[in-house]
Ligand binder design. Structure first.
Ligand code: DGL
Length: 288
């Protein structure tokens, strides 16, 4: 795949951070970036035309992620944030091997925070089918601390409910109860919201899980990791002006975007539509 040549810039620190997700759930990561790095410009791409990623295989998710990365490079991104657990679980190594700019995902920061939080060594993961099947959280948690028990629950119905804005609805509540019950019965004291859409359900999840279970928002932990990388690489924008937020979606505008803007208290400066072009042939890889 040929990536567009990035426009030359004398000061890479003033280039935007490129962020992507399968949809608009990754805006939870943008909100966290806004809080931690308010002076950074952000270009966000939501691949709404091909949402959800969570039931697709590794080859497809790698291809989508590389195509989106090409769009972000064309926007002159100084680094890429994979604001999607599914793409982080399945495509991060490929992105990191292929791109010359830093690429940060959400799994390792979330796993680190969960290991730091748990007291009884039992961590629950709520995630998409593809993320659960990849066992990416299990490996990341094991690498931080051997012997921690990880109990994962695939939640394929949650992303469609969230993209429908059914954030506090009896149907969503019932579905969540079904997904949470096995984890609560297993005695987890820490629950990773292992999909960037899920922080939008945080009040409901917190209510159903009860006060003895700590929730780990992978979005916030990812933003902290981004700040660290920018500082280490000397890429942090030190201008005093507040950064801008540009959002591009690959399908026509999503009516739920307004709700997300309000719930997350985000201000989108520019909204546009982008078409993902180019079909790339990849060698067959192990399906998830
Ligand atoms: N926000 C994506 C994630 O974190 C949603 C997955 C999907 O598109 O199914 O995994």
């Amino acid at each position: 795949m040929h990536f567009p040549k990035q426009p030359q810039n004398n000061d890479p620190a003033i280039q935007p951070i490129g962020v992507f997700d399968s949809g608009i759930g990754g805006l939870t990561v943008v909100r966290a970036l806004r809080e931690l790095l308010p002076e950074e410009d952000i270009f966000y791409l939501g691949d709404t035309a091909r949402l959800p990623y969570g039931g697709k295989d590794r080859a497809t998710i790698e291809r989508y992620s590389l195509e989106i990365a090409g769009l972000l490079l064309a926007e002159n991104a100084k680094m890429i944030v994979v604001a999607c657990n599914t793409a982080s679980a399945l495509a991060l190594p490929r992105l990191q091997q292929t791109l010359r700019i830093p690429v940060v995902g959400v799994i390792v920061p979330g796993a680190r925070a969960a290991v730091q939080q748990t007291r009884n060594g039992k961590i629950g993961i709520l995630a998409t089918r593809a993320t659960v099947a990849s066992a990416a959280y299990d490996r990341a948690i094991e690498a931080f601390e051997a012997g921690v028990e990880v109990i994962s629950q695939a939640c394929p119905l949650l992303v469609p409910l969230i993209e429908e804005a059914w954030l506090d609805d009896p149907v969503t509540r019932e579905v969540l109860e079904r997904y949470l019950n096995p984890l609560l019965a297993a005695g987890v004291d820490t629950l990773v919201l292992g999909c960037t859409h899920y922080p939008l359900l945080e009040p409901l999840i917190a209510e159903l899980a009860g006060p003895s279970v700590a929730l780990i928002d992978s979005a916030f932990n990812c933003a902290a990791a981004v700040r660290q990388v920018l500082e280490e690489k000397g890429l942090r924008n030190t201008h005093a002006d507040p950064g801008t937020l540009q959002v591009a979606l690959t399908d026509s505008f999503n009516p739920f975007l307004k709700t997300v803007e309000a719930v997350l208290r985000l201000r989108i400066d520019q909204l546009e539509r982008r078409v993902v072009q180019g079909v790339m042939m990849l060698p067959p890889l192990t399906a998830v």
